[in-house]
Design a binder for this molecule. Structure first.
Ligand code: ZN
Length: 448
C-alpha cells in the first residue's frame, strides 16, 4: 500500500512538473514567398500543437499547448499576403493563433525543428498558396517576349542560394550570403531580360527559402536552358579567398574543398526548414545510374558555360583555382538542364566581403556571369530560338566585355575565329606583338 501511495505521489509530482513547464514563444519570423508563406516560431522547448481550418470566413487556427506568447503578431507585416488579420488569444494553458485568410484555398502544413547552430527549437507553419496565383507572372512574361512567331527565348533560371530562415554564410558586420547573392542574382536576371532573345526567371525573388529540390523543379517547370546558382563562401580560416565556378561531379567531389562545400550547401535544407526529412531521392542507386546516362550531354554544356564564366570572373577577381571545380551539389543534379554554381568569393574574408558588399562589384560579377552565358549560347544556340535564327542570319555577338582564358591547344588565330574577330583586332586589344600566348592567360575579346 505504501509503495502504491508513493507511486501515485511520484506520478502526481511528474504531472505537476510537466504542467509547470510552460514553453515560451521567444520570437516569430515570417517569410513571404510567391508560392508560400512560412511562419517560424522560436520556442524555449518542443510543444504539442494542432493546425486546422475553419470556414465562413476562411481562417486557419493554430493551437499550441502549454505556451506563452508576449509578442505583437501584427508587427510581422503579414497583411500584404493573403492573410488579412492575425489574432491571438489564450486557450487553457496554451495559446490560439487565428489567421483570417482570403477566400483562396490555402493548404497548411506544420512541423517542428530541433535546435541547430543558428536557432533553438522551432515550430514551422507553412501555407502553400494556390497554383493559379503564382503561374500568372511566368505566363505573362513569356507572352510579352514571344510575340515574334514560333521562335522562343533562351530561358535562364537564376538561383540565389539560401534565403529566409537560412542566411547562408555569415560575414563581418552582419553581412549575409543570402542578401549578397540575391542582389547579384537580381542583376544577372536584369541583364539577361534586357538581352533580346533571352528571358530570366529568378528561382527566389525575395527573402524566403526554396528547398534544394524545389529549385531544380522550378527550373524544369519553366523549361530552363540553363540553371545558374549563385553563392558566396565562408571558411573558418579568414584568409581563405577566391571565387570559384562549379559543375556537378560524376562521382564524388574533385577536391577536398568540394566535399565540404557540397556538404555545407546541401545542408541548407535542414536550416531552411524541412527538418530531418532528407530531400534526396530515396532510390539513390537507380538515380545515380540514370544520372550517369543522361548527364553526359548537359554535363559538357555545363562545363562549357562554367569555363567561360570562370575566365570572365578571372578577368577581375582572384580565383580559388585556375580551373572549374566539381562537387556533388544537389542543386546541380538536374540531368537534363545544364547547371553551374558560382561561389562569388569568401564572405568570411574581410577583403572579399568588402567587395561583395559593393553594388559596383556585384554588378561586375553579374556582367561576368551573363557574358559567359551569352558567349556559350551564341556558340551553341538551342534550335528554334531567336538567338539561333540571328546567328544563321549572319550576326556576330558583340563581346564588349568578354574575356577568354587560354586553354591547352589554343592558338591566337583559332581564338580570333571562334569569337568572330580578326587576328589583328585580338592582338591590338591585348597589346600582343607576336602570336605567342600561354595556357591560363586571360585575353580581352574586343567587340566585333
Ligand atoms: Zn551558399
Amino acid at each position: 500500500m505504501r509503495i502504491f501511495t508513493g507511486l501515485i505521489l511520484m506520478l502526481l509530482l511528474t504531472w505537476t512538473q510537466l504542467a509547470q513547464a510552460v514553453t515560451n514563444v521567444d520570437n516569430i519570423r515570417a517569410w513571404l514567398a510567391p508560392d508560400n508563406i512560412r511562419l517560424v516560431f522560436d520556442l524555449s522547448s518542443p510543444v504539442k500543437h494542432k493546425v486546422f481550418m475553419l470556414d465562413n470566413p476562411q481562417r486557419l487556427v493554430l493551437d499550441i499547448e502549454d505556451t506563452k506568447l508576449d509578442l505583437d503578431v501584427n508587427a510581422l507585416g503579414l497583411s500584404k499576403g493573403p492573410i488579412q488579420k492575425v489574432r491571438t488569444g489564450k486557450r487553457g494553458d496554451g495559446i490560439r493563433l487565428v489567421l483570417d485568410l482570403d477566400s483562396e484555398k490555402i493548404s497548411p502544413k506544420s512541423f517542428q525543428l530541433k535546435p541547430n547552430d543558428q536557432y533553438g527549437h522551432r515550430l514551422v507553419l507553412d501555407l502553400a498558396l494556390p497554383e493559379a496565383a503564382r503561374a500568372e507572372s511566368v505566363a505573362q512574361k513569356q507572352e510579352a517576349k514571344n510575340n515574334t512567331g514560333p521562335l522562343r527565348d533562351i530561358v535562364i533560371a537564376v538561383d540565389a542560394g539560401h534565403g529566409g530562415e537560412d542566411p547562408g554564410a555569415l560575414g563581418p558586420g552582419g553581412l549575409r550570403e543570402k542578401n549578397v547573392v540575391l542582389s547579384i542574382a537580381k542583376e544577372v536576371a536584369r541583364l539577361i531580360d534586357a538581352e533580346p532573345g533571352y528571358r530570366a526567371e529568378l528561382i527566389r525573388g525575395g527573402d524566403y527559402y526554396v528547398s534544394l529540390r524545389g529549385r531544380t523543379l522550378k527550373a524544369r517547370k519553366i523549361n530552363a536552358d540553363l540553371f545558374v546558382s549563385i553563392h558566396a563562401d565562408a571558411a573558418r580560416n579568414k584568409s581563405a579567398r577566391g571565387a570559384s565556378v562549379w559543375v556537378l561531379s560524376g562521382r564524388g567531389a574533385s577536391s577536398e574543398m568540394g566535399r565540404w562545400l557540397a556538404q555545407k550547401e546541401n545542408g541548407a535544407d535542414l536550416i531552411g526548414g524541412v527538418g530531418s526529412v532528407s530531400l534526396e531521392d530515396k532510390d539513390d542507386l537507380l538515380a545515380s545510374v540514370l544520372l550517369d546516362m543522361s548527364m553526359t550531354a548537359s554535363q559538357s554544356s555545363s562545363r562549357e558555360v562554367a569555363n567561360r564564366v570562370h575566365s570572365n570572373i578571372a578577368g577581375f577577381a582572384r580565383m580559388h583555382k585556375n580551373h572549374v571545380e566539381q562537387a556533388g551539389f544537389v542543386v546541380l543534379k538536374s540531368p537534363d538542364i545544364p547547371s553551374i554554381l558560382v561561389e562569388t568569393g569568401f564572405i568570411s574574408n574581410p577583403g572579399e566581403a568588402a567587395n561583395l558588399k559593393k553594388s559596383s562589384y556585384q554588378k561586375q560579377m553579374a556582367r561576368a556571369i551573363v557574358g559567359g552565358v551569352k558567349a556559350h549560347f551564341w556558340d551553341r544556340p538551342p534550335s528554334r530560338t531567336h538567338i539561333a535564327a540571328r546567328k544563321r542570319a549572319g550576326e556576330t555577338l558583340a563581346r564588349s566585355e568578354s574575356t577568354y582564358r587560354v586553354a591547352p591547344g589554343d592558338t591566337l588565330s583559332v581564338i580570333a575565329v571562334r569569337n568572330g574577330i580578326s587576328l589583328d583586332q585580338l592582338r591590338r586589344a591585348n597589346q600582343l606583338r607576336g602570336d605567342r600566348i600561354r595556357v591560363g592567360q586571360v585575353l580581352k575579346i574586343p567587340a566585333s
